[in-house]
Design a protein around this ligand. Structure first.
Ligand code: URA
Length: 303
């Protein structure tokens, strides 16, 4: 049995994801409005005319127009980056469509256009993959390790190119999402969406109630207060603490306890954005269900 510490009003009420989703939806629709200005549409048409080599009838042309997808989306869908970063790449002039550099934001491409970023071809219409891994100890969370140590990629034998959503320390275990959906990953990690992560930490000594209260009141790490929304101490072992944060700073749990003079001996992530790895042995993974993917997207305004 775990005891929930009564924070007497210090625990912040959880915000409704629906509210956040609505806010981000209206923000993203606002962005769309501002990005698709008349001049950007015109420059899109002009740039497209330069690149399109084939002439077709108005009806066929309309049909082709219907197949067009924004270039930044195609780049993000390939899994190499988010849509926003893809816009930066476009503006930097490192994106080519059919061999010609495109710097116009809002530019759209058809499924048979050949796209490259920094000279590397970008395949189109890649199937989206969403995975949760129960990360074991001693695996680096990275696609590649310069020192050739084993990475989480060694645990997932899939042909598709996926990447981890955020980081866990090498000796941290537990829930790690992996995907090739650059947009979703970017949003899940963006502080504005306040995605919740729950950890079980084993400390080097019993956590004092006054320190638990200080954590809930907000300990400053790296210039801002860590927003811990819930904290439980295991009454059978008061070195064992469960806490929920909605930030994404590296080493945040260890830093938080260090500030109060504790050392984290073990750290296991129990949930990320409500996704858990319960019933998955360490080192094992599963695909997320359609419902889980829908819930994730809803949290960050992608539905
Ligand atoms: N906080 C940490 O200190 N380490 C992790 O791996 C995750 C959160």
């Amino acid at each position: 049995m775990e005891k929930k510490i009564d924070s007497s009003g210090v625990i912040k009420a959880k915000k409704h994801y629906e509210e956040k989703s609505a806010a981000s939806r209206s923000e993203s629709s606002h962005n769309k409005k501002t990005r698709f200005t008349r001049s950007s549409t015109e420059s899109f048409a002009q740039s497209r005319a330069k690149i399109s080599l084939k002439k077709s009838s108005p009806r066929a042309q309309q049909n082709k127009e219907d197949q067009l997808t924004r270039l930044n989306k195609v780049i993000a869908d390939s899994g190499i980056t988010s849509r926003r970063n893809a816009d930066d790449l476009i503006q930097q002039g490192v994106v080519k469509v059919n061999g010609k550099t495109v710097t116009t934001l809002g530019f759209r491409v058809s499924p048979d256009d050949e796209i490259s970023v920094n000279g590397n071809p970008i395949p189109q219409n890649i199937k989206k993959i969403y995975i949760v891994l129960n990360k074991p100890k001693d695996y680096i969370v990275s696609v590649k390790d310069e020192s050739n140590r084993q990475t989480v990629m060694d645990l997932i034998k899939l042909k598709s190119r996926i990447f981890p959503v955020g980081r866990l320390d090498r000796n941290t275990t537990g829930v790690l999402l992996m995907t090739n959906d650059g947009d979703l990953s970017h949003r899940l990690l963006h502080p504005s969406y306040e995605i919740e992560k729950t950890y079980a930490a084993l400390l080097d000594r019993n956590l004092l109630e006054k320190d638990a209260k200080a954590i809930l009141a907000g300990i400053e790490i790296e210039g801002s207060k860590a927003n811990v929304s819930e904290l439980f101490i295991d009454p059978n072992n008061t070195r064992k603490v469960y806490l929920t944060l909605n930030e994404g700073k590296n080493h945040e749990v260890k830093l938080l306890f260090e500030m109060l003079g504790y050392k984290v001996k073990q750290l296991d992530r129990k949930a990320f954005a409500n996704i858990t790895a319960s019933r998955l042995p360490k080192g094992d993974w599963r695909f997320l269900t359609k419902h889980e993917v829908f819930q994730l997207k809803k949290m960050v305004g992608l539905f």
